[in-house]
Design a protein around this ligand. Structure first.
Ligand code: ADP
Length: 144
């Protein structure tokens, strides 16, 4: 049984996370463990910074926090069994860092239907599967 489960959520891809979270919640409920929902806010390229409104980053963090809070509520888990985290950087890198930092036993993440360039898995899922020290479950987008 997995007691600590991490679900990385791309807050700009509404709905992609639904099946991943729905898979993780019963595991956490059964083990009496904890679910962490993680959003990674991408760093804006330095060159773009002067063209962005001053509160751009602040708004991104706030919006990500709101989405995660809603998803956490919708799990129906008691507050001590679900937490939300926001990190900054490249998604796959920060997912791996968070998994290490809080010693998760399982990462459950959704993957896009792959394009030819990525063949079987999207880039974030590929990188996480390859480099995570813990177990990783990839929920593929349904094709039919
Ligand atoms: P892509 O390479 O387009 O991100 P993948 O199919 O490899 O596609 O991965 C999608 C998954 O990666 C999402 O379901 C989510 O779990 C994770 N992910 C992608 N971007 C982020 C982000 N900004 N914050 C947290 N997780 C993310």
């Amino acid at each position: 049984m997995f007691k600590t489960v991490l679900c990385p959520v791309d807050v700009n891809e509404a709905g992609l996370e639904t099946r991943a979270i729905a898979t993780a919640v019963p595991m956490v409920r059964a083990s009496g463990g904890k679910l962490t929902l993680l959003a990674v806010v991408l760093e804006s390229p330095v060159m773009a910074a002067e063209y962005l409104p001053p509160d751009f980053r602040e708004n991104q963090v706030r919006e990500a926090g709101e989405v995660l809070a809603r998803l956490a509520r919708e799990t129906g888990l008691p507050p001590d069994q679900v937490e939300t985290r926001i990190r900054h950087g490249r998604p796959y890198h920060e997912i791996l860092e968070e998994a290490r930092a809080i010693h998760v036993e399982l990462i459950v993440m959704a993957s896009h239907r792959p394009g030819l360039s990525t063949y079987l898995l999207g880039s974030n899922a590929t990188y996480v599967v390859r480099h995570a020290a813990c177990s990783v479950m990839v929920i593929r987008e349904q094709t039919a």
